[in-house]
Design a protein around this ligand. Structure first.
Ligand code: BCO
Length: 565
C-alpha cells in the first residue's frame, strides 16, 4: 500500500527521504497515471500507518463542531476503522456491490465522510447531493441514476418513502439519525456493531468513483461521472502548491456537502496532505458564526465561495485579525479585484483564486507561490492543458476572448469527468476539436494567466451555485399564476449574480398585489425545488421576447439585465 502511494504521491518533506529510500526514485509527475488507485487504501491508510508509527503529529484528521457544544475529533486511524465498518455495512448489510450507485444526501455531519470513503473502499459509486433538495429533485436523481441505495436524514426520509414505489431500483435506505424509522437501516447503530476488518477493493484508476449532478441550460441536471483518478489531483506536484497544505494545518472549506468542492476541498485535498479537516455543521448559513469560528479555532487555511468573503466583509468591522488564519482561497464564482483588495485591507490577508467545475475539479489556480493578478483566475493547473479556443477548437492568440477549453486529445486528463452518464449526446456536445469546452468565456494573457469573462450559455452562477434556467422555469410553471416565464442571471453586488424571473401572469392573477405575488412565487419555488434556485428578483411583464419560431430570447433579456441594451 505505502509503496504504491509513494510511487505517485510526493509525501510531506519529513517523510520524503524515507519514501525515497524505500521505493527508489518516485515516478509520479503532474501527468503520470498509475494503473490502480484508490484514495482510501493509498492515502488514508497511509496516514493511519504514519500515525501508528508516530510520524504524523497529534492533530486530529477530522474535527467537527456544531456550535452547540458537540464536537467530534477523529485520527486517521479512527477514520480508517470507521470507514472499514461503513464499507461492511454497505456491502454486507445493504447488499450493495462495486459499481452500484448510492445517493448521499446528508448535511455536514461526520457520517458524510464515512459514507463517501466507505464507498471508495467498496467501489460503490456515490452521488452527493445537497440536503436542500425537495422530493421532486430526489425522485429525478433516483430515477435517472437507478440508484440502488440512499443515505439521508429524518428531514428527507418521508419524501423518499413517499416516492419509493416509483424507484424500482432502490433497494436499501440508510438513515443517519438518533431515531430509528421503519423500513430504514439505522446507520449509527450499525456502525457500532460492524466489523472493522475490510479489504479495500483494488480499483483501477479509471473505474468510476463519484457522480455529481450538474445543471445545464436546458433540461434537468446531468450526471457528471468521475473515476478514482479525480482523487489523484491533489497528489500532483502542481496541485499540491495550490494551498501548500501541511500535516499541521487546520483547513476549513465551507462548501455544502453536495458539491464537488466538498468532495475535493473537505476530503480528498486536505487528507492527501495529511492535515486536519475542520467542519462546522452550520445548518443555516450565518456570517457571524463563521467569523466567530475563525476567531476561536486554530483554522489557518480557509476556502469558500467569493460570496462568503463578500458577506463577511458586509459585517460591521473596519479591521479584523483572525489569530491563526494564514491562507485564504476562493472559487466557484466570479471574484472581483475589489473583493481581493478589501479582504487584504481589512484582514491583512491575500485572497487566492481557483477555478473549476463539477466536470473537472480545479482547472486554473493562483498557486500560493504565484503573484496574484487581480481579475485573473490564475494559470492552468496540471494535468490540465488549458487554452482559449474558438468555436472550432483552434487555439486563439493571447488577449483574445474565446471559450476556455481543456485539451482532451491525444490524451484525456485522468481528473476530467468520464462522461455524462447515460447521455452520450451531451458528452459529445461539450467536445470541440481536441478540447473539452467548459462553456465559460475567457482570455489568456502573455504570462498564461486566464481571466473569466462569463458563460457562453444561459447557465446562472448565483453565489457559486450553478443553476439551469429551465429548472427554475419549470418550477414556476407549476404555479397557477404563471402563464410563461423566462429566467436569466442578474448582477448582484454580494452574490455576484442572482436568479431573475420575467413572468407573464395568467389572466386571473393580473389584478393581484405584485409584492405579495412575488413572495408567493418565491416561496413556491423554494417548496418545489432546492431553495437556492429561487428567483431573488421577479419582474412581471405583458409578454416575453420570442424568435419567429416562438423560442424565448433569454439572451435579449439577459443583455438588458446586464445594462447592455
Ligand atoms: O435568502 P433566503 O434566506 O431567502 O433563502 C435561503 C435559505 O434560507 C433558503 N433555504 C435553505 N434551506 C431551506 C430554505 N428554504 C426552505 N426550505 C429549506 N429547507 O434557501 C435560500 C438558500 O440560498 P443560498 O444558499 O444561496 O443563500 P444563503 O443561505 O445566504 O448562503 C449564501 C452562501 C454564499 C453560503 C451560499 O450561496 C453558498 O454556499 N454558496 C457557495 C456554493 C458553492 O460552494 N459552490 C461551489 C460549487 S463547486 C464548484 O464550483 C467547483 C469548483 C471550485
Amino acid at each position: 500500500i505505502h509503496k504504491s502511494f509513494h510511487n505517485i504521491h510526493p509525501a510531506p518533506s519529513q517523510l520524503r527521504c524515507r519514501s525515497l529510500s524505500e521505493v527508489g526514485a518516485p515516478r509520479w509527475n503532474d501527468y503520470e497515471v498509475p494503473e490502480e488507485f484508490n484514495f482510501a487504501s493509498c492515502v488514508l491508510d497511509y496516514w493511519a500507518q504514519m500515525e501508528k508509527e508516530g510520524k504524523r503529529g497529534p492533530n486530529p484528521a477530522f474535527w467537527w463542531v456544531n456550535g452547540q457544544g458537540d464536537e467530534v475529533k477523529w485520527s486517521f486511524r479512527e477514520i480508517a476503522d470507521l470507514t472499514r465498518r461503513t464499507a461492511n455495512i454497505l456491502t454486507q448489510t445493504c447488499g450493495l456491490q462495486q459499481g452500484d450507485l448510492l445517493a448521499l444526501i446528508l448535511p455536514r455531519v461526520p457520517e458524510w465522510w464515512l459514507v463517501a470513503v466507505g464507498c471508495m473502499r467498496t467501489g460503490i459509486i456515490f452521488m452527493p447531493a445537497t440536503i436542500m433538495l425537495k422530493a421532486k429533485d430526489i425522485l429525478y436523481r433516483l430515477q435517472m441514476s437507478k440508484a440502488k441505495g440512499i443515505v439521508t436524514t429524518d428531514t428527507l426520509a418521508s419524501d423518499v418513502d413517499s416516492m419509493a414505489s416509483e424507484c424500482p431500483s432502490l433497494k436499501t435506505k440508510l438513515l443517519v439519525s438518533d431515531h430509528s424509522r421503519e423500513g430504514w437501516l439505522d446507520f449509527r447503530s450499525l456502525v457500532k456493531s460492524a466489523s472493522p476488518e475490510h479489504t479495500c477493493i483494488k480499483s483501477k484508476t479509471m473505474d468510476p468513483m463519484v457522480i455529481f449532478f450538474t445543471s445545464g441550460t436546458t433540461g434537468f441536471p446531468k450526471m457528471a461521472k468521475h473515476s478514482h483518478g479525480l482523487a489523484l489531483q491533489p497528489s500532483f506536484p502542481t496541485s499540491r502548491k495550490i494551498r501548500s497544505l501541511k500535516t499541521s494545518d487546520v483547513s476549513w472549506c465551507l462548501s455544502d456537502s453536495g458539491w464537488i468542492l466538498a468532495t475535493m476541498g473537505t476530503l480528498v485535498e486536505p487528507w492527501t496532505a495529511g492535515c486536519t479537516v475542520f467542519i462546522h455543521h452550520l445548518p443555516q448559513f450565518d456570517t457571524k458564526v463563521i467569523i466567530q469560528a475563525l476567531l476561536k479555532y486554530p483554522i489557518n487555511q480557509f476556502f469558500g465561495a467569493p460570496s462568503i468573503f463578500r458577506m463577511i466583509l458586509q459585517q460591521d468591522f473596519t479591521s479584523i485579525r483572525f489569530p491563526a488564519l494564514e491562507h485564504c482561497c476562493t472559487g466557484g464564482e466570479i471574484l472581483w479585484p475589489k473583493d481581493q483588495e478589501e479582504w487584504k485591507r481589512r484582514t491583512g490577508l491575500l485572497l487566492y483564486n481557483v477555478y473549476g467545475q463539477s466536470e473537472t475539479g480545479i482547472i486554473c489556480a493562483t498557486l500560493r507561490e504565484m503573484k496574484i493578478k487581480p481579475g485573473f483566475l490564475g494559470k492552468a493547473s496540471p494535468p490540465y492543458d488549458v487554452q482559449v479556443i474558438d468555436d472550432k477548437g483552434s487555439i486563439l492568440p493571447p488577449n483574445t476572448e474565446g471559450n476556455i477549453g481543456i485539451r482532451i486529445k491525444p490524451a484525456r486528463p485522468v481528473t476530467l469527468f468520464m462522461c455524462y452518464e447515460g447521455n452520450p449526446e451531451k458528452t459529445a456536445e461539450v467536445e470541440c476539436g481536441d478540447f473539452f469546452n467548459t462553456g465559460d468565456r475567457g482570455m489568456m494573457d502573455e504570462e498564461g494567466y486566464i481571466c473569466f469573462l462569463g458563460r457562453s450559455d444561459d447557465i446562472i452562477n448565483a453565489s457559486g451555485y450553478r443553476i439551469g434556467p429551465a429548472e427554475v422555469e419549470s418550477a414556476l410553471m407549476e404555479h397557477p399564476a404563471v402563464a410563461e416565464s423566462a429566467v436569466v442571471s442578474s448582477p448582484d453586488p454580494i452574490r455576484g449574480e442572482v436568479v431573475k424571473a420575467f413572468i407573464v401572469l395568467t389572466s386571473q392573477f393580473l389584478s393581484h398585489d405584485k409584492d405579495q405575488l412575488t413572495k408567493e412565487l418565491q416561496d413556491h419555488v423554494k417548496s418545489v425545488t432546492a431553495p437556492y434556485k429561487y428567483p431573488r428578483k421577479v419582474e412581471f411583464v405583458p409578454d416575453l421576447p420570442k424568435t419567429i419560431t416562438g423560442k424565448i430570447k433569454r439572451k435579449e433579456l439577459q443583455k438588458k439585465e446586464m445594462g447592455q441594451m
